[in-house]
Ligand binder design. Structure first.
Ligand code: FMN
Length: 159
């Protein structure tokens, strides 16, 4: 059975445009995949933290040589990666914050982009190791802000 991983990154709760978009996508996905599984992760409530020098050192240490401390440092990353591994598709609700993605989504990306796990260096160039997964995103932004109008409040996007 198909599995969808649904991520949201807006802090705006029920008022969020991107959450509305991703929720709409999920409802349509469920209709198209009767019996499918949806795993939901709210990145604003996931307690994600920045990666550290210890995190990088642990990631670059071969799995079989990691200390208990290094395994603990990578525990949250392992949890997030297991969710990706189990998913056939990803749906990501993304707000536009200061011409960028929300910081919680960047924290998630930093935790799941991991050498030897989601990418590897082949002939000196990074090669993606996740194959066959579709990722879609619904983005909320303010077209007036993007046009230099200086106002905010409205949002739009597609998933
Ligand atoms: C802190 C903050 C920063 C924002 N920065 C931008 C921006 O750089 N460009 C833009 O078009 N809209 C910007 N906006 C407007 C949001 O993108 C818009 O409100 C959108 O609906 C946010 O998605 P959400 O409703 O899912 O949270 C910003 C809004 C907030 C609260």
């Amino acid at each position: 059975m198909a599995t969808l991983l649904h991520l949201d990154s807006s802090p705006m709760g029920a008022a969020s445009v991107s959450r509305h978009l991703s929720n709409t996508f999920v409802e349509n996905w469920k209709k198209a995949h009767p019996g499918g599984t949806v795993v939901t992760r709210d990145l604003t409530k996931s307690g994600l933290v920045s990666i550290t020098a210890e995190w990088v050192a642990a990631a670059y240490t071969p799995a079989e040589q990691r200390t208990a401390e290094q395994k603990a440092v990578l525990a949250k990353s392992d949890e997030l990666l297991a969710e990706i591994d189990a998913a056939d598709e990803l749906a990501i609700g993304v707000s536009m914050h200061n011409f960028n993605i929300p910081s919680v989504l960047k924290l998630w990306i930093d935790q799941v982009v991991r050498v030897g796990r989601t990418f590897a260096y082949v002939d000196g160039a990074p090669k993606a190791l996740l194959a066959g997964k579709k990722a879609r995103h619904g983005c909320g932004w303010d077209p007036r802000a993007e046009a230099g109008g200086g106002e905010s409040g409205a949002g739009q996007g597609s998933l």
